[in-house]
Design a protein around this ligand. Structure first.
Ligand code: 5GP
Length: 138
């Protein structure tokens, strides 16, 4: 399996399509998922190309894990979450739909189930939550 730079997250990295950006450093970017399964559902990706966990380098993995931890802690504080679910899928049969490595950060609250996948989010609400996350990351 080879990396295809026409995937949607590569286009977000090149700013060819919009995204609600939450955090970035030299190596990684975090932005909001537009089909959020929970308030604050966001994605962490490396800025360099790889399909998923299977072809990522240790350096790419270290970068995305550090950012995932940073944003997860920000979500706990800013959104008063009770927990965080982190998801990561590999290849189509493994549940992956976008073939640029990404980790899902899903804030969780006691008694609140994840929403079904594929439901478009309210962009105003996504923007409000992103503002709270950004404020906690300063
Ligand atoms: P996976 O590949 O792990 O199954 O999930 C891909 C994720 O990307 C899904 O949660 C989906 O909602 C999200 N997604 C798909 N297209 C876009 C897009 O254009 N922008 C953003 N921000 N997220 C997207």
């Amino acid at each position: 399996m080879t990396y295809d730079d026409k995937n949607i997250f590569a286009k977000i990295l090149r700013a060819e399509i919009p995204a609600t950006r939450v955090y970035e450093d030299n190596d990684t970017l975090c932005f909001m998922d537009i089909f959020p399964r929970a308030d604050g559902h966001c994605l962490v990706i490396p800025k360099t190309p790889c399909r998923n966990l299977l072809d990522a380098s240790p350096v790419q993995l270290a970068g995305v894990m550090a950012t995932t931890q940073k944003v997860a802690n920000a979500a706990m504080a800013a959104l008063e979450a009770d927990g965080i679910t982190v998801q990561q899928f590999n290849e189509g049969p493994g549940g992956q739909e976008v073939f640029h490595l990404h980790f899902h950060i899903l804030p969780r609250w006691t008694g609140v189930s994840l929403r079904p996948p594929g439901q478009p989010g309210d962009m105003a609400r996504i923007g409000e939550v992103a503002d709270k996350l950004r404020a906690a990351l300063i």
